[in-house]
Ligand binder design. Structure first.
Ligand code: G1P
Length: 290
């Protein structure tokens, strides 16, 4: 079965990014001039996803507004002949079918995914986490979809992280299969480096079979008192084949202030309008700070 639907959980408080996230969704914070969530939605569209469910929460209404039509703005841009901007604004609302559901309580990532059960039904689906922005030639989630086509099992997008960082991620213990694909034996959510079975971390991209929903319904709160997707996946790996896949691309943790700064600089450097001015500015900064 082809993967056609995706869930993007966007209900979190964004506590790592306070005070910006006190009243504004972290997903709307822009990298250069585009909200982080739009990068994620564009990745899903480029991969061929047809329907996206965004799991939102309170104080997240601007997400819906962003992907909706903006009649007044469109009229004003039309009147003033700003055709390029008008096209940009229209394209956003015409992107793809986006659906919304509210996660009423902050019960964790696993619970957010469970909110998508009626939307997904009985098909494999993609999950893209908004804190992880991946810059790659082939969209990261498309890479996973291609592996799914071959393996027909749940696929976890992973890369190696520094050993001291294992406590920030779901960590995979796997058996060598090919260079990049491994059969998953076990999973641990955010282990201390001394207990981590490896330094291979799940970095916000998944293709998951619908059997996960039955498991999530009975998954007990785990790390941090939240219903963890990793715990449900660990159970799923006991019942069916699951694979980790080392995806190509540079991944930015944009939920973290330093990761966000790195993404902002790298994405600005990719734009001709900023590149040389930004390099000159940074050279000067380096000199001034010597
Ligand atoms: C979540 C998952 C974790 C995964 C991480 C990727 O954690 O629970 O397994 O490795 O995303 O960014 P969070 O960062 O939401 O705490």
């Amino acid at each position: 079965m082809k993967v056609k639907k995706a869930i993007i959980p966007a209900a979190g408080f964004g506590t790592r990014f306070l005070p910006a996230t006190k009243a504004s969704p972290k997903e709307m914070i822009p990298i250069v001039d585009k909200p982080t969530l739009q990068y994620i939605v564009e990745e899903a569209i480029e991969a061929g996803i047809e329907d996206i469910l965004i799991v939102t929460g309170r104080h997240k209404r601007s997400i819906e507004d962003h992907f909706d039509k903006s009649i007044e703005l469109e009229l004003s841009l039309e009147k003033s002949g700003k055709d390029e901007l008008l096209k940009m604004v229209r394209d956003i609302s015409d992107m793809v079918r986006i659906h919304y559901i509210r996660q009423k309580e902050a019960k964790g990532l696993g619970h957010a995914i469970l909110c998508g059960k009626p939307f997904i039904g009985n098909e494999p689906f993609a999950v893209l986490l908004g804190d992880d922005v991946v810059d790659s030639k082939t969209p990261c989630i498309k890479q996973l979809m291609d592996v799914y086509e071959e393996k027909q099992g749940t696929i976890l997008g992973v890369q190696e992280v520094k050993t001291e960082d294992t406590s920030k991620y779901g960590i995979v213990d796997g058996l060598e299969d090919s260079d990049k694909i491994r059969k998953v034996k076990n999973l641990v959510e955010k282990p201390d480096p001394k207990d981590a079975p490896s330094n291979v971390a799940i970095l916000g991209r998944y293709i998951i079979t619908p059997q996960i929903f039955d498991i999530l319904e009975t998954t007990k709160p785990g790390k941090g008192g939240e219903i963890q997707l990793t715990d449900a996946l660990k159970e799923l790996a006991k019942r069916e084949n699951m694979y980790s896949y080392i995806f190509d691309g540079k991944r930015y943790d944009v939920g973290n202030k330093m990761g966000y700064l790195e993404a902002t600089i790298d994405f600005a450097l990719k734009r001709d309008e900023f590149k040389s001015d930004l390099i000159d500015f940074m050279k000067k900064k380096i000199e001034d700070n010597k």
